[in-house]
Design a binder for this molecule. Structure first.
Ligand SMILES: *Cc1c(COP(=O)(O)O)cnc(C)c1O
Length: 360
């Protein structure tokens, strides 16, 4: 069967050349006579892989030495708890901006560890836009402020990083490496790898080094940023193969795409192929405010639930699976992360046009 254009929200598609490279190296990596899957994580060869992965990640995002990069497990979900466990330790409180379901989960998990306050929210309007932040609500004594940069389920994104006097903590799971991000504005940026930079099993945490001092000594070892940092993400066996695939993804962004600027331009182009069409279509309508549009997850509806379902069904038959919206919101969602080629998006747009003609 021919490969499809997979519009899944995550895990999501990988570039074909990354899969080919992984396939060629699967039984024998370099001249080691073994697969990466079989390697000791402490071997010289594997240390080469994880160190090069970190080096390339730092280079692409311009991360300086004030920050540590940790390769952890448990997905973004575990970070929802690990962040308050480690950081909510000065005044026992933190501020949260609710811009979607994942932001809400981060808030709920944090409230198990201290006082979590909602300082802005668009929940009352079904998260159709990024809420405006009234800085007079922000607590200067909060231990940190948490935001979710791209709201995967609703299809909205922050266009600018909000100002914050306390350390800003950001869930970047569904936008990491899709465009530039000024890491120096953040205390922590974390992201699961399975959307924009690889496969499941790996979550990357970028943390400003002074914040490592907040981790209490009596934390369970695996949940301490300080312990993880001191052991260079090797406190226990790290997700070795997921880190290897991330390293291949970084090579792809650097060598084939030509860097983060090009990646960003390509992602803009892809998103606007769909948004431009949505703006003129008489059948399909975007579901979020224009100034809050995500470049990664594009959500739309026909206004008729059965027609939405028929659309997803027929698109799948044409080699474009996983277009159904998240179960919380329904409708249609095209997730077009880094690995989705421009041709895949054009094919979807042309398919939408034909569907519109047929159902006008
Ligand atoms: C997918 C996603 C998550 C959940 O990630 P897991 O790896 O399943 O824990 C959290 N936040 C955002 C923004 C996501 O897109």
């Amino acid at each position: 069967m021919a490969r499809v254009y997979n519009f899944s929200a995550g895990p999501s598609m990988l570039p074909y050349s990354v899969l080919e490279k992984a396939k060629n190296e699967l039984p024998e990596y370099s001249l080691t006579g073994q697969s990466v899957m079989e390697m000791s994580h402490r071997s010289k060869e594997y240390l080469g892989i994880i160190e090069s992965c970190e080096r390339k990640f730092r280079a692409l995002l311009g991360i300086d030495n004030n920050y540590s990069v940790l390769f952890l497990q448990g997905g973004a979900w575990t970070q929802f708890a690990m962040i308050p466990m480690n950081l909510m330790t000065v005044n026992g409180k933190a501020d949260f901006i609710l811009s979607g379901n994942w932001a809400e989960k981060a808030y709920t998990e944090a409230s198990r560890f201290g006082t979590a306050s909602i300082v802005a929210s668009s929940k009352q309007d079904n998260y159709k836009y990024i809420p405006k932040i009234d800085t007079s609500y922000l607590d200067i004594n909060a231990d940190y402020m948490h935001i979710c940069l791209n709201n995967t389920i609703y299809g909205t994104a922050f266009s600018d990083v909000p100002e914050s006097v306390v350390p800003l903590v950001a869930d970047a799971s569904s936008m990491i490496l899709s465009r530039r991000l000024d890491i120096s504005k953040f205390g922590i940026v974390y992201a699961g790898a399975q959307k924009n930079m690889g496969i499941a099993g790996l979550v990357v945490v970028v943390i400003r080094k002074d914040l490592l001092e907040r981790s209490a000594d009596d934390l369970p070892m695996m949940f301490s940023y300080k312990v993880q940092n001191e052991s260079s993400s090797m406190f226990n066996t790290p997700p070795t193969y997921s880190i290897y695939i991330m390293s291949l993804m970084l090579d792809w962004i650097m060598d084939e795409v030509g860097g983060l600027e090009n990646m960003s331009e390509r992602n803009n182009e892809k998103a606007y192929i769909l948004y431009d069409y949505l703006d003129e279509s008489k059948l399909f309508k975007g579901t979020v405010a224009k100034d809050s549009r995500s470049l990664m997850n594009i959500c739309f509806i026909t206004g008729n639930e059965n027609l939405d379902k028929q659309f997803c069904f027929e698109a799948e038959k044409s080699g474009m699976p996983n277009l159904a919206g998240h179960r919380l919101v329904g409708g249609i969602r095209a997730s077009i992360y880094n690995a989705m080629p421009v041709e895949g998006v054009r094919k979807l747009r042309d398919f939408m046009k034909a569907f519109e003609k047929e159902h006008a």
